[in-house]
Design a protein around this ligand. Sequence first.
Ligand code: NAI
Length: 581
Amino acid sequence: MFSQNCQLTTNPPRTGVDILRDPLVNKGVSFSRMQRQNFKLTGLMPALVDTATPSEISYQERLAMERLHHLSSDLDKYDYLLRLYDTDRTHFFRMMNKNVEELTPLVYTPTVGAACQNYALVHAHGRGLFIPITESSNIKSILENWPVRDIRAIVVTDGERILGLGDLGAYGMGIPVGKLALCTALAGIPPEYCLPIVLDVGTNNKQLLDDPLYFGLRQKRVTGDAYDNFVAEFMRSCAAVYGKHVLIQFEDFGNHNAFRFMKKYAALYSTFNDDIQGTASVILSGFLTACRKTGRKLKEENIVCFGAGESMLGFAHLLVETLKSRSSLTEEEAKRRIFMVDSRGLIVENRSTGGISLEKAPFARPTGTPEMTDLAEIIKYANCTALVGASAVPNSFTPEVMKQLAKQCEMPLIFALSNPTHKAECTAQAAYKATNGQCLFASGSPFQPVNLEPGEAPRHSSTYHKPGQANNAYIFPGLLLAISSLRIQPVTDEDFISAAETLSENVSDEELCLGCLYPPLNKIRCVSYAIARQVGHVAFREGRCWLKRSEGGLKKEEIDDIIKSMSSYPDPIPASQLRDL
Ligand code: NAI
């Protein structure tokens, strides 16, 4: 079987190396003898014919895993895996599916951080489009250079805030490439529908500007009207070339631009910002799951958000919307549960140190609240039950801070979300140790399970703790699957709340018993499908699906099948697994 969407038989027929050089159709020694004869492939590969079925481990998957295990650095492993992606997508994604826990951190966070910092060393042409601002007014024709016209999902970055690593300019390409690879690996979206893009507007990273290997525009970032007009032209061009309902996911833009574009384009295009909205959804899901273990209600959490940037402000907004729609709190009551902290301390209306942007202002504590900067003090003042960090300040959750939290709350939540691993606010080990194993911990990059020493946990309680990975990868693939298959527009808060609820429902009691707030990654294809289905039905009810509008409209009973058929790469989800949903 070839990919359902990519044909070998073209006119004129493709043969020989032409086939082997196309990653969407190449399948190496899995070509049968007949296919080798018909397509002039005989002799271009060794005699072995691999007859493994998709669910079996093929020769090529076995070989690739063997070679991977011979490599010692994660960056080399990333490089090797992406080269496999360039050569034979079917086997790359089958291998991802069968080894998802091991390979996801190599293809995405944390390794993608090192890859972006050294991107010239691991780059290969043809994985995505670079659109330099020097080509503004020519964007449409650059988009037309991409070999596929039926594009359903674009992930775009301008490289200004890559993970917690700052401005990496055109080296940010690793992010859209990695995110879209995850959409295929974790949600089964055929790779040919996906397009990674970097808008290269220069970089303010002096190290890169001085680096002879840097391949982006060697100039300071363009800002102001020229930048805004460039992004506006990009949005218009995508709609013109790929259709007005093509999904455009914004990724790793600087904070000041991310919020502006999200607001400006939400009603006009099918678009969302994963750092703001996807992160919000994955954190919300962890909180909903935690309620099952702590016995507290969502509306009872007192939440200290450390780092008032894209992630935390997105989460605060979604939490308020959830408390309003699901717990009948007023906006004011909901906001009272939130204590937002930035680099100048607790955000208080009219605080003497200033720095309250338009986005932060709605979450400022009322005038008269003490202007505190010490985190342990803020935790005490807030009677905090949940501490969430997305500040990119490593080790800012000190043992003292977490001990204070455990002193006032029996089972506190600690989320250290900053990526990559070395930017995390604390490690899993540090969190469990400081709270005597009482906390429910989640992080952005993965941490290994922790076994506390017997004296470090209360008697009769478990010393083994499994941290959850609060990574957006649990949310955006399923969301992308729904939006791109049903052509949903606009994308709304309700989509992110529904996605969070569905993700939470998919955490088993066994996982939760170990302290893990997210399902294992090896269940993710099913979870992504469940998220897509839920989001799809909500969007349908609200009249936001544009698929088949010109043919009289989509029917409710078609939704599951449309999503299922979009989620079938490289192989459909086995029916036995779908039955459990
Ligand atoms: P951002 O740049 O928008 O926000 C960072 C915020 O941290 C800023 O508001 C800044 O004022 C604040 N900050 C800096 N120093 C501080 C200090 N000493 N004390 C308190 N606050 C301080 O960045 P964004 O998008 O919110 O991301 C932050 C981190 O979260 C990054 O490392 C990113 O990789 C990570 N992240 C993790 C996600 C996940 O795994 N689910 C998703 C999105 C982001």
